[in-house]
Design a protein around this ligand. Structure first.
Ligand SMILES: [Mg+2]
Length: 315
């Protein structure tokens, strides 16, 4: 019983007829029930037995990136090997990031620059993609418009679903983290929302971890400023909104209970995964610490120092 198919375990030997008793025959006989579950029955070398292979039912992995795979531009030790384990074990996986600044191509190239290969753009969902998909599903206009406080990643996704970027009575004001954010942009966003534009945020994160252990302000701080000025609350698409989780499980083609959400934040990754019905794994390589974790009224199913400690087939 060598050369097991990836992700499969031998689960039973079916006794195919009378014969001498031996080690193989001492194994449990699951007969029809096991046979129905098996993917590829093979003849046993001993000829009077049949080996059944069953898919181990390892869960699909949905993983955050910032604070999990890297901090800023710095790879987290063990992340490369973790991704290689996902690939080697053929574990279905998807990176789900609240980062709206970068496209899936940007993210793939960023990981390649950090020495991680073997990924495609299909391995990523960003909050910019989720926001664009959500807005497309919401509008009945042939040429919907948006004013964007955010980067090229968000603007590209909106273009891709048929939106025009406009500063003349836009239908939506869409706000994400922006490296070029200005007071002028706040003024325009506030004015358009006062005129009736719907207020959308890509993600609620107040801070993002950066290399060296610090952090920087994120989309939530910009949303807070505009909310304070307008008195209007944004609808936020990114984690922990279960909309984002639903898009991820749908893309993987699995039910939520067949997936594990791995993240570094109790207030987005873990609560989002929990509310979507997934198992959850907190890694302590980003924002949340063990001490801050214990202050939340909900807890993850697993806690790891980093992805270096995660065996995807053991979850
Ligand atoms: Mg994170």
């Amino acid at each position: 019983m060598r050369n097991f198919p990836p992700s499969c375990h031998p689960v039973a030997l079916r006794h195919a007829g009378p014969g001498r008793r031996g080690e193989a025959e001492a194994r449990p006989c699951y007969a029809v029930a096991v046979a129905a579950a098996c993917r590829s029955p093979r003849p046993c070398p001993r000829s009077r037995h049949q080996v059944f292979w069953i898919h181990r039912m390892s869960k699909s992995i949905i993983s955050d990136m910032d604070g999990v795979i890297y901090r800023g531009k710095q790879l987290i030790p063990g992340a490369r090997e973790f991704i290689q384990r996902l690939i080697d074990t053929q574990t279905p996986f998807l990176f789900l990031t609240n980062n709206a600044e970068q496209t899936p191509l940007d993210l793939r190239l960023k990981l390649e620059g950090l020495g991680i290969s073997g990924l495609t753009e299909d391995n990523f969902i960003t909050s910019a993609m989720a926001t664009a998909m959500f807005l497309k599903s919401q509008t009945r206009k042939a040429m919907p418009t948006a004013y964007v406080v955010g980067g090229a990643g968000l603007i590209n996704e909106l273009y891709n679903v048929g939106f025009s970027i406009s500063e003349s009575h836009p239908d939506y004001v869409v706000v994400a983290k922006s490296q070029t954010f200005s007071f002028e942009q706040i003024k325009k966003a506030v004015r358009f929302i006062d005129q009736g534009a719907k207020f959308i945020g890509t993600n609620p994160d107040m801070i993002d971890p950066i290399e060296g252990g610090g952090y920087e302000p994120a989309a939530g701080t910009l949303l807070a400023a505009i909310e304070a000025a307008t008195g209007r609350k944004p609808y936020i698409v990114g984690k922990p909104n279960s909309l984002m989780m639903m898009l991820a499980t749908r893309k993987l083609g699995v039910h939520p209970e067949e997936a594990v959400m791995i993240g570094d934040r109790m207030d987005t990754d873990i609560v989002g995964g929990l509310e979507a019905g997934m198992s959850t794994a907190l890694v302590l390589s980003g924002v949340s610490s063990r001490a801050s974790m214990e202050q939340f009224p909900y807890q993850p199913d697993y806690v790891f120092d980093s992805v270096a400690d995660i065996d995807p087939q053991a979850l």
